[in-house]
Every structure is written in structure tokens, then in C-alpha cells.
Design a protein around this ligand. Structure first.
Ligand code: F3S
Length: 394
């Protein structure tokens, strides 16, 4: 890789061993992927900051880093393991809280912005079109590339942290025009029934792996794109998608000769059955990825229409971020009056909930993927639409 004099100096350790370690991570990654230089970035999004994900080794590593380094670009962070800045609606044990607090303290001392959300693009730190990023939250990466016209690879925890410290990322993959081209043409036939984007993304994610799809036949709005992208990137590792007539780079794609996949509602209906079971949940959790303003208002309207309080023995969580919650005060009040918990700073996946709620109902295929995983949450999952969940459990 061609490094500037300043980058060479950092690599030699002139700013200390921790900064040197960060440079080594970026240079190794760049050399492995054929990058020729490091690119300055607009921002970093760190994921995996819940103690549930990070564990003891990760926490200690972060604390050691915090003794020596500071972030050099705006660095937003994913949800934590409990509602760290909220009114204490998420019940975790004191040991877990203490460990989570150590992670948050280390991040804050390095200069992290306390967004605690997987939807940084709905906060004051949304990147402009054309910005280069080093984001690690997969649902935010696919949204940034596909919808915002920004450029980010799917970073891992070490590379995102290194980028936050150095303020740069290797110039490869989704940062290059050739890395953003459609690779598979997906024809979606909506004539045989309604299409749920979260299910469509899960179904295709398994088939596509890391390949970039070009969709024809659907017209998702911004919330639909968020849903579709989050499932594609959880069930597969899809970093970007193009949707004909919808996403900004779709019209520049040449789809001639691409492998073709056709999907329709009956195929998805069959697949959807494997996303959940038929037991009674103790928790109904909505907001994976975190709810946008529009989604939160819509949920409140459905709850208001229903006109009932939550059934005893069931909790209803609506997860979102601080800014969205602040800006939808009336809707939030409707939800609270109905007995729902509007949760900030964490989510149903990264909070340790399996003992308290062994069966949970969700509307998101991404949440279903992780909560059902034995090694992660090991919960039984009921999967349905938001409206059906409200109808059944409110
Ligand atoms: Fe966000 Fe948690 Fe889902 S971090 S994308 S709500 S798993």
C-alpha cells in the first residue's frame, strides 16, 4: 500500500503502541484486499458494544485502548445491553450492568457519541451522499450504501475501532465503483399476494450470501428499504442492494447477463413458517432495526385503534433511539398509556432476556434470526406482522 509520511510514522509507532496497532490492522486489511491507499472517512459506527456480545476479553481490550487513544472522526455506537440512559425499563442483573457500564465508560472516554442505536442515519449524525464511512452495524451499512449513496464496507469490530482512531479506512470493496455493481437480478412477483420486505430479505439473504442484488417489481419506501436491508444483511452478508426506480445507483446498473432469481408470495409464505413457533410469548418486541419516527407513530396509531391495555403477563417493547423518541412524544405517550415500554439505548437482541422471556414475539426476521440462535439468545420466537402482534397480544 502507498502510505503518506504521516501514516508511515503512525505505523512505526511514533504515536504509541495502541495507535500503531490500529494502523497495523488497517494496513493488513488493505494489503489483503488489494487496496492501494487509506481513505479519509466521515464517520464510524461501532457495533457489538453490549456486554452480551463483547464479553470479558473485549471489555478489557477496550479499557486498555481507552487509556491511550482517542477517536479522530465522529463515532456513533450501537445499542448497549440495557437502557443505559433511560428510565430503567430493562431489567438486567447488577453484575451485567456494572460490566456494561465499563464498556460505555471506555467508549465515552475515547470520544464516542452516545447514540446507542443501529439507525445512526436517523440521528443528527446521518452521513451525506458520497461520504466514505467505516460502519460495522450490518443493517446500517446496507442502508448507507443503498439508500444514502454513502460508501462503507461491512467492518468488523477491530477494523471499525481502528478506523475511528486513525480516521481512515482501506480503499477497497464498496468504496470502489466496481465493488458496488449488481451481481444478481431478482424479479419479485407481487401479483400472487402481499410481500413482507423483512421476509423477502431473509429468504434471499440465505441465497445471495455476499452478492449484491438488483430488485425488480417492488417499490419499498424508506422503512421498507430498512426492513429489507436488515434481513438481507443478517440472513446473508449482503452489503448493498439496488432497487429499480427507487435506490440512487440503480439506474446506472447493467443487469444484462446476470444470474436471475424469481420470488413470489407463495414461496415466501412457505419460508415464513420456519421463522417462528406457535407458543405464548412473554414479550412482544418491535423495533429491529430501531423504529423510525414513521414506524413509531404507526404503531401508536394501531395501539390507539385497538383501544385496550396490554394483556397481563405480556410486555410490549417498542425499541428506538433517543432522537426519534424525543421527536414523537405524543405517540410515545399513547404507547405508555397502553402499558407498552418505549425502550431506548438497547434492543430485544443485545439485552440479555432469554431467562426473563423464553418466548418472544417479533415482527423482524433479523430479530428472529438472532433471538432464535442457540449460541446467542436461544429464545423461542413467534413471528408475525406488527398489526397482527398488536391484535393478538394487546
Ligand atoms: Fe438494531 Fe438490535 Fe436489530 S442493534 S438491527 S435492533 S438486533
Amino acid at each position: 500500500m502507498e502510505l503518506t509520511r504521516e501514516e508511515e510514522a503512525l505505523l512505526k509507532g511514533e504515536k504509541g503502541p495502541r495507535v500503531q496497532e490500529c494502523m497495523r490492522i488497517l494496513v493488513t486489511l488493505g494489503e489483503m484486499s488489494g487496496a492501494r491507499r487509506l481513505l479519509p472517512i466521515y464517520s464510524v459506527q461501532l457495533s457489538g458494544i453490549s456486554y452480551k456480545t463483547m464479553g470479558v476479553a473485549g471489555t478489557e481490550f477496550l479499557e486498555e485502548m481507552a487509556e491511550e487513544v482517542r477517536f479522530h472522526v465522529p463515532t456513533t455506537i450501537n445499542p448497549a445491553g440495557y437502557d443505559v440512559g433511560g428510565p430503567g425499563l430493562v431489567h438486567t442483573n447488577t453484575d451485567f450492568r456494572a460490566k456494561q457500564d465499563r464498556i460505555v465508560k471506555a467508549l465515552m472516554s475515547m470520544g464516542a457519541i452516545p447514540t446507542f442505536t443501529c439507525t445512526p442515519y436517523t440521528t443528527d449524525f446521518a452521513p451525506p451522499s458520497g461520504a466514505h464511512l467505516a460502519w460495522a452495524e450490518s443493517s446500517a451499512v446496507i442502508y448507507a450504501n443503498s439508500v444514502l449513496g454513502a460508501y462503507s464496507n461491512r467492518e468488523g469490530a477491530p477494523s471499525a475501532l481502528a478506523s475511528a482512531v486513525i480516521g481512515k479506512t482501506p480503499d477497497h470493496g464498496l468504496h470502489r465503483p466496481e465493488g458496488r455493481k449488481a451481481q444478481v437480478l431478482v424479479d419479485v412477483d407481487v401479483s400472487k399476494g402481499p410481500m413482507r420486505y423483512t421476509v423477502l430479505g431473509a429468504y434471499l439473504g440465505k441465497i445471495l450470501g455476499q452478492r449484491i442484488p438488483y430488485f425488480r417489481g417492488i417499490r419499498p419506501d424508506l422503512d421498507g428499504l430498512k426492513e429489507l436491508g436488515s434481513s438481507l444483511s443478517a440472513w446473508g452478508a449482503v452489503p448493498m442492494m439496488h432497487v429499480e426506480g427507487v435506490t440512487p445507483e440503480a439506474s446506472a446498473q447493467d443487469v444484462r447477463g446476470l444470474e436471475r432469481i424469481s420470488v413470489d408470495a407463495p414461496a415466501l409464505g412457505e419460508f415464513q413458517r420456519c421463522l417462528g413457533c406457535d407458543e405464548d410469548p412473554q414479550l412482544v418486541a418491535i423495533g429491529c432495526p430501531h423504529c423510525t419516527k414513521g414506524e413509531l407513530i404507526q404503531i401508536a396509531q394501531s395501539v390507539k385503534r385497538k383501544g385496550r391495555k396490554l394483556k397481563p403477563g405480556t410486555e410490549l417493547w417498542v425499541c428506538s433511539n433517543r432522537k426519534v423518541i424525543e421527536e414523537t412524544a405524543a405517540a410515545v405517550e399513547v404507547l405508555r398509556q397502553a402499558g407498552a415500554k418505549v425502550i431506548q439505548d438497547t434492543c430485544m437482541v443485545v439485552a440479555p432476556l432469554s431467562e426473563q422471556f423464553p418466548v418472544a414475539a417479533v415482527n423482524s426476521a433479523k430479530a428472529s434470526f438472532y433471538m432464535n440462535k442457540k449460541a446467542f439468545s436461544g429464545q423461542k420466537i413467534v413471528f408475525d406482522t406488527t398489526d397482527n402482534l398488536i391484535d393478538r397480544y394487546l
